[in-house]
Design a protein around this ligand. Structure first.
Ligand SMILES: [Zn+2]
Length: 344
């Protein structure tokens, strides 16, 4: 690489930040609306840290914007000023009342949303409801929305988003048009994150590795001021390759099995890529990479990668974090057992 990467345009016409990998999808959805073919209930899915909430917000602004097609969201019309100020009378957001895993969206809130959808729009445009993360709808709340999802009042749009569509009742899922968002490629993610942080390129790459390539999740890691989890994981791999106890290493990861699975999967994928001649992206210190690659055959690393990816998918369901962390380290220990450094 020579010189800094060109500055990517990261704003919509209205000056609202929308990451570049989400912009084509926003344009597609607004074009569908323009053609009168946008489904009235959208379910945005994709991995955590990909930007589903940003896209849902940008789409709501775009749907409500009074500017010409192609210019939306413009950022300066009355509607855009109101959405930016969180006070647009025809936009309603719904989320869990309490932050955290147990926060639910309750039936009273959902009923309030249904009433809102049936009011006449105050600015003469559509009415828009944004529900993020929609997997927090409890059973009664989800049921109270079914009719609106099936057949909303004219001019109403519901935008739902979740990284865990499997947690949604199938009655909700089946009433929505599902849009699966695609993560950015590594270079795009790196460039976007690099422009938004003071962290150097090595730390940006490591944050992305730990976040499974998801840029917003990586940004949160950097904002938390440390990559401590990743650095700790590297040390654990070193101990594991030297014959360490996988069950003991799993201790401390039970609260963060998703981060563990993403970090490990990224490391294994990187080792495998390097086996096939891809350039070292600097995810692992060179010494550790050599140590890990020394004994574990490509076939075993590949099998471990597949099984750990399987665990990662299982994490979309509620689970025992400790069991998941242990399973991941046991897979790793099996894959790396041949990497046990020859002590002779
Ligand atoms: Zn506007």
């Amino acid at each position: 690489m020579s010189g800094p990467a060109p500055k990517a345009t990261t704003t919509t016409p209205g000056g609202e930040a929308l990451p570049p990998w989400l912009r084509p999808e926003l344009e597609r959805l607004l074009a569908l609306q323009e053609a009168g073919r946008l489904h009235h209930a959208l379910l945005l899915t994709g991995r955590s840290g990909l930007g589903k909430r940003l896209l849902a917000e940008a789409l709501a602004r775009g749907l409500l914007c009074r500017q010409d097609p192609g210019e939306r969201p413009c950022g300066h019309c009355r509607s855009c000023r109101l959405t930016a100020g969180q006070s647009h009378p025809d936009l309603r957001r719904l989320g869990p009342e309490v932050e955290g895993e147990r926060g639910e969206i309750l039936v009273d809130s959902a009923r309030g949303l249904v009433e809102f959808l049936h009011l006449s729009p105050q600015l003469g445009g559509p009415r828009v409801a944004v529900i993020v993360p929609c997997d927090r709808l409890n059973r009664a709340a989800a049921n109270s929305l079914l009719k609106s999802l099936e057949e909303p009042p004219p001019g109403a749009f519901l935008i739902l988003a979740t990284g865990r569509p499997g947690r949604l009742p199938s009655t909700v899922r089946s009433r929505c048009a599902v849009r699966s968002l695609t993560p950015p490629d590594a270079d795009t993610a790196e460039r976007w994150l690099g422009e938004r942080t003071e962290a150097g390129s090595e730390r940006v790459r490591r944050a992305l590795a730990l976040a499974g390539g998801m840029p917003l999740a990586a940004e949160r890691l950097l904002a938390q001021g440390s990559l401590a989890g990743y650095e700790a994981l590297l040390q654990q791999l070193q101990r594991l390759a030297a014959g360490g106890d996988p069950v003991k290493e799993a201790e401390g990861w039970e609260q963060a099995p998703v981060e563990l699975a993403d970090g490990v999967a990224a490391i294994l994928a990187d080792l495998l890529r390097q086996r096939h001649g891809a350039p070292d992206r600097g995810l692992l210190p060179a010494g550790l990479a050599r140590q890990l690659a020394a004994g574990g055959s490509a076939e075993r690393l590949h099998q471990a990668f597949l099984r750990i990816s399987e665990h990662r998918r299982g994490l979309e369901q509620p689970l025992n974090g400790r069991l998941a962390a242990e399973a991941i380290f046991l897979e790793l220990a099996a894959a790396l057992s041949g990497a046990h450094p020859s002590r002779q």
